[in-house]
Design a protein around this ligand. Structure first.
Ligand SMILES: Nc1ncnc2c1ncn2[C@@H]1O[C@H](COP(=O)(O)OP(=O)(O)OP(=O)(O)O)[C@@H](O)[C@H]1O
Ligand SMILES: [Mg+2]
Length: 465
């Protein structure tokens, strides 16, 4: 029976130590009651989520014990105490996955279990992106846009390349970042990517800043093939797996993200959309945060869907297909919203901006709206003015306009290259270069603690709100 005020314990300890733990914790006068003896992690999670105990005592080697499992127990309001009797303690791994306490022997367990100062982090369900504290200095830019292939991937790729080229003379911040230093010291591994046909693209040209281009689209991942990458290594999924079971160091992360273009590492997507469940949860949030230590900028290509049904079920345990997109949006310092420059694309963009405003994840107010493929053939004479007028009227926002250049983009698609490699004179390339400068300006404004908290960048104050 559970005594009044007793600490209820769910026990998932392997081997002969299990009986010792149950006996030792359950002795009269300890103030502890073992309410469930669990055979494995699945049973433990079910008991935690059913509210059968307040503290989980687990073997440090319990199969499946990782960041995701600990996050689920925390969400259920259960703190996690690990029994780690191995000669080589795995303290770092246990801390990285979120364990609240560690005991080296069965005898040491009781004081840790009874320590009332150990409390699980907020018991409430966390929306994607909310479970990891921000650490590094690099910036995250999420590229999102509604369905209809408005150009999210094109924007992400070209923006990454433009950011790697560094700020214009007027924008240069005049300081070096850790990633640059690490890269110069050769600490982040060799250049792995080879361009089709021979020489290394990655070593050609000048990069002034380090960028990671990450593919988090769980519907149509294609960054790697768009860049002619031959391997289907699903680097982002690999990084998530690594983050799920222990500390994710920058060097491991770098191994999953080969340098593909000058200054640009690519963290490839899941290859087949059916693998979407691999991109979610607390481990993905940890990857986004660790990327801040690897690169000056991380540009994330996201999926188009911000599914309302899934949003309603944040507090369930089922993996969610859109969690990768929502987590990226929540982690980002700047969100670039891309819409297509035709009547349908603009209508979807207006609705998409509304949808973004209502997702429950905490998304930065620093957003830049891009209208891509702006052309007279789709919106009539004077397309730039028409697009701007429509967006101001229906969404109250201004936009950065990118022209249509089928020849340039088709050449890029055909060759698996970027515009700077195969169509350097394309006006689209110039437009994305300007977008990169706008992203820098937004970040600079934010970091200099600008008072402007408007959700819409570049909109005159009179038109806001
Ligand atoms: N400014 C442009 N001019 C001409 N073609 C473009 C332009 N931007 C993108 N495209 C072409 O439009 C197509 C869709 O672009 P992209 O793949 O970037 O869209 P997306 O939003 O990522 O689509 P998906 O929903 O498939 O992820 C591609 O063939 C691309 O080459
Ligand atoms: Mg895409």
């Amino acid at each position: 029976m559970t005594g009044p005020g007793a600490i209820t314990v769910l026990c998932a300890v392997l081997g002969p130590a299990e009986a010792d733990v149950v006996r030792s914790l359950g002795e009269p006068g300890t103030g502890v009651t073992v309410t469930r003896r669990c055979a494995d992690l699945t049973e433990l999670l079910a008991a935690a989520e059913a509210g059968s105990g307040r503290t989980a005592v687990v073997s440090a080697t319990l199969p499946g014990l990782g960041r995701e499992a600990v996050a689920r127990m925390h969400q259920a309001g259960v703190r996690v105490v690990a029994l780690d009797e191995a000669p080589e303690p795995s303290t770092d791994r246990l801390a990285a996955v979120g364990a609240d306490g560690v005991a080296r022997t069965v005898e040491d367990l009781l004081p840790v279990v009874r320590d009332e100062t150990i409390v699980p982090p907020a018991a409430a369900a966390q929306p994607p992106g909310g479970s990891v504290a921000r650490t590094g200095r690099g910036r995250l830019v999420a590229v999102w846009g509604p369905v209809g292939a408005p150009g999210r991937t094109t924007t992400a790729i070209e923006l990454a390349v433009a950011l790697a080229a560094g700020p214009s003379a007027a924008d240069a911040p005049g300081r070096h970042r850790r990633a640059n230093l690490l890269a110069r010291r050769g600490a982040l591994g060799p250049v792995r990517r080879r361009a089709p046909g021979g020489g290394s693209r990655a070593s050609r040209g000048q990069a002034r800043e380090q960028v990671v281009l990450a593919d988090a689209d769980t519907y149509g991942p294609c960054v790697a093939p768009r860049l002619g990458m031959l391997d289907d290594s699903a680097g982002l999924a690999g990084a998530v797996r690594a983050a799920g079971v222990g500390p994710l160091d920058v060097e491991t992360l770098a191994r999953h993200a080969p340098v593909t273009l000058p200054g640009v590492r690519v963290l490839g997507g899941i290859g087949r959309p059916g693998r979407w469940a691999e991109l979610s949860g607390a481990a993905l949030d940890a990857v986004w945060e660790r990327l801040r230590d690897l690169a000056d900028w991380t540009v994330i290509d996201t999926g188009p869907v911000l599914e309302t049904d899934e949003l309603l079920s944040y507090d369930t345990r089922a993996p969610q297909r859109n969690a990768a997109t929502l987590g990226a949006l929540a982690a980002a310092d700047v969100v670039v919203v891309v819409g297509g420059g035709d009547p349908i694309g603009l209508q979807r963009l207006v609705r998409g901006l509304d949808d973004l405003a209502t997702v429950p994840a905490p998304i930065t107010p620093d957003r830049l709206v891009v209208v891509n493929r702006v052309r007279a053939a789709a919106v009539g004479a004077n397309p730039r003015m028409s697009v701007r007028a429509a967006l101001t009227r229906f969404a109250g926002v201004d936009a950065h306009l990118v022209p249509d250049d089928p020849a340039g983009l088709d050449a890029a698609l055909l060759s698996g290259r970027t515009l700077s490699e195969c169509a350097p004179g394309s006006p689209v390339r110039a437009a994305f270069g300007e977008l990169a400068q706008q992203v820098r300006q937004v970040v600079r404004a934010r970091s200099s603690a600008a008072a402007d908290t408007s959700p819409w960048v570049g909109i005159p104050a009179a038109s806001r709100g």
